[in-house]
Design a binder for this molecule. Structure first.
Ligand code: XMP
Length: 517
């Protein structure tokens, strides 16, 4: 049976994915749709509830995203957030004006008794506001349910038509009871039953995959990252040895990581596992290359050259699978094309790659295409993928290639792998691992003078980088305790041959980036 559906109607707000994630966290399946999705299409999807998102516009601008008045005749329970709240009021005959004093940040609101939306929420609570327009007059049939010092209609509703609106952002964690409010809307107003649970997802997906694949074969490119690993585990559960995972090891992964991936998938999962070791090939292609973007380009291109050549050997008489997840589809503008299985576009981190014309699969399978990252991890854990793989920190597609500044050589890869392993070990021992979102070593291609016993040395400098961040768009350097830094520095100089100096990167982003290249 299909899950009940909530639609998040996208009016261009910056928190839209967050709204969808929060809805999923409430155990309700939801999809993000463009604001101009035809009403017929919306009706055909039978959503049990719809949430209008915020957006940067003003409802009075002709160019702003609008919605047909007829939408409100569909009888679908609707919650308008911020711009969505103003749009609901404006479309139904209320008045929206520019604020005399715009509200931004944490604001206290007071709500009246008797609203389903505020059920169980204290009469006064803190919410997150960010708006320059406000609703000054409600449409007929509505009543105000919350106010703030500067906003007379911080929340309003017409319970008879199941239309609800909040000027603030319940999806942001600064709104203290935001999650409860969304829960109230979904369960008390719309009547969702909470049928979105990961155990069911696995069961349903396995059944669907079996029906779709039949007795055909499936090939999956496994990178060792979270998404492709979980896709591999799910496909393995569905079709076992009909699945072949191709793991291209370009020799630019962290120390022992290639072996760990191979052991995990050959020992814990039923599948054919093909590892292609091609460090020498990559080093050849990267000889004399210093420019970071050129390196990225070569590593990306060669990765696919090797991969497609392996496919030509193993054959393409079946399905092609990949670990595309929901945010990938939203970010590439394909969010609305759920399950349509385009064969031409292949997931990579920063760009999309075309499948060569001579390779013809029967179709593409993206078993995780509906899931957010947290959900992918939950599925991975349930399928028995080791914790360190499921909770792996982000690792750039070009691997250590963008952490070795300047030309890449086998010796430099060895030094960086060793140094990175020491740093990781000390972070793990210090118990800081969970606090840090990313931590790694960099080889800046700088030699400095040092002294070892009675000898002068002229050897490599290692930089270490550790960051805290919510979203990787901005980041701060982590305040690692001095004694941990001291141990790392000692060990690096003592244990890693050809390292005689260590520096700690104390640059935040911006102005720096997380990676050095
Ligand atoms: P920056 O360096 O842009 O990094 O601040 C932000 C996040 O993206 C990761 N990153 C990459 N990931 N291919 C990837 O798959 C890349 O070329 C790449 N460059 C950066 C980086 O590790 C961080 O998590």
């Amino acid at each position: 049976m299909e899950n009940q559906l909530c639609i998040v109607l996208d009016f261009g707000g910056q928190y839209n994915q967050l709204i969808a994630r929060r809805v999923r966290e409430c155990g309700v399946y939801c999809e993000i749709k463009r604001f101009d999705t035809p009403l017929e299409e919306i009706k055909a999807l039978h959503p049990a509830g719809i949430i209008f998102t915020g957006g940067p516009n003003s409802v009075y601008d002709a160019a702003s995203p609008h919605i047909a008045k007829e939408y409100f005749d569909l009888g679908i329970p609707t919650l308008g957030i911020c711009y969505g709240c103003q749009l609901m009021a404006y479309t139904l005959g209320g008045t929206v004006e520019s604020c005399e004093k715009s509200e931004y940040g944490k604001i206290e609101v007071t709500h009246q008794d008797g609203s389903l939306l505020f059920d169980g929420i204290p009469a006064e609570s803190t919410v997150w506001m960010s708006h320059t327009d406000y609703v000054s007059k409600l449409p007929e049939g509505f009543r105000v349910t919350a106010t703030s010092a500067d906003c007379p209609c911080a929340a309003f509703e017409d319970p008879a038509r199941k239309l609800y609106a909040v000027q603030f952002h319940p999806e942001v964690t600064h709104s203290v009871f935001g999650k409860e409010l969304l829960h109230n809307f979904l369960y008390h107003v719309c009547g969702f039953t909470g049928d979105w649970v990961m155990d069911d997802f696995i069961e349903k997906t396995v059944a669907k995959l079996r029906a779709q694949i039949g007795d055909k074969k499936v090939v999956l490119g496994l990178s060792g990252g979270v998404d492709s690993s979980v896709a591999a585990a799910l496909l393995s559960r569905a079709v076992g040895k009909q699945l072949t995972c191709v793991f291209v090891d370009q020799g630019l992964m962290r120390k022992d990581e290639g072996n760990f991936v191979e052991e995990t998938f050959t020992e814990l999962f039923d599948m054919n596992f093909v590892r292609v070791n091609c460090q020498a090939h990559f080093l050849e292609k990267l000889k004399g290359v210093y420019d970071p973007e050129q390196k990225r380009h070569i590593i990306g291109k060669e990765f696919y050259n090797v991969f497609w050549n392996k496919i030509r050997e193993t054959g393409s008489d079946g399905f092609f699978a990949q670990g595309t997840i929901y945010p990938d589809r939203i970010e590439s503008g394909k969010g609305d094309e759920a399950g349509k299985g385009s064969t031409a576009v292949i997931k990579t981190h920063h760009n999309m790659v075309e499948m060569p014309e001579d390779i013809h699969f029967a179709g593409t399978i993206e078993p995780l295409a509906e899931l957010f990252k947290d959900e992918v991890r939950a599925v991975g854990e349930k399928l028995g993928i080791p914790h360190e793989l499921v909770w792996r920190q982000p690792f750039p597609g070009p691997g250590l290639g963008v952490r070795i500044i300047g030309e890449i050589t086998a010796e430099k890869i060895r030094i960086l792998q060793e140094a990175d392993a020491v740093f990781r070990d000390e972070i793990q021992k210090s118990g800081l691992e969970r606090e840090l979102k990313q931590f790694f070593a960099v080889l800046p291609d700088v030699h400095t003078v040092g002294v070892m016993g009675d000898h002068r040395t002229y050897d490599h400098l290692i930089a270490i980088r550790a960051i805290t961040t919510d979203d990787f768009m901005t980041a701060d350097w982590a305040r690692i305790p001095y004694d941990v830094l001291a141990r790392v520095s000692n060990r690096l100089c003592n244990e890693v041959q050809h390292v005689n100096r260590v520096v700690y990167d104390i640059t935040s982003k911006p102005p720096g980036t997380v990676e050095w290249e």
